[in-house]
Design a protein around this ligand. Sequence first.
Ligand SMILES: O=C(CO)[C@@H](O)[C@H](O)[C@H](O)[C@H](O)COP(=O)(O)O
Ligand SMILES: [Zn+2]
Length: 196
Amino acid sequence: MKEYIKDQIKKSYETKQKIYENEELLNNIVDVAKKCVKLYQGDKKTILAGNGGSAADAQHIAAELVGRYGFDRPSIPSLALTTDTSNLTAIGNDYGYDHVFSRQLEGMGQKGDIFIGISTSGNSINIIKAFQSAKLKGITTVALVGRDGGEMAKIADISLIVPSDSTPRIQESHILIGHILCDIIEKEIFADGVSL
Ligand SMILES: O=C(CO)[C@@H](O)[C@H](O)[C@H](O)[C@H](O)COP(=O)(O)O
Ligand SMILES: [Zn+2]
């Protein structure tokens, strides 16, 4: 049993090691961080969504920005589309589950916002539909995905593809990337910044 646990931990840090060595992915994280920092000056926001574990990641990241990540500072606007059960059930019931995020994005997204869709497969239809709505509204799309990036990576403005085929390992890396983004955004806006 202990060997099995150690093997799981090893697989997790091996995935993170691959991210550490992936210059393209690191450059894309820098790109997303810079764009998110600019949002604050323009009174715009990050919007996030995902299904299952990725829904938890979406609201976790939004809460780090609206609340605080590492130190006290003014709130940074961010919205997770996974938290309002009235919206989710009404839209799901009346239009279908595929529309639960796109409909909210149409209502609450503004030109200039950034939408981060989180999916391990890159193929969740409700996120793909939200990307399509985002494009129509002039909202930048970021695919935080895994595997081959799926359909989401094909249509997103920027793709952060975790190099793994394992759903849990991808999710663990997604929250690592989410935390790094929150850390940079917070420091760039309200502290001395980091050297990007
Ligand atoms: O957390 C997990 C599995 O680790 C699950 O809840 C998982 O997120 C769900 O099956 C999702 O529906 C998977 O969707 P996606 O990552 O392919 O977009
Ligand atoms: Zn999970």
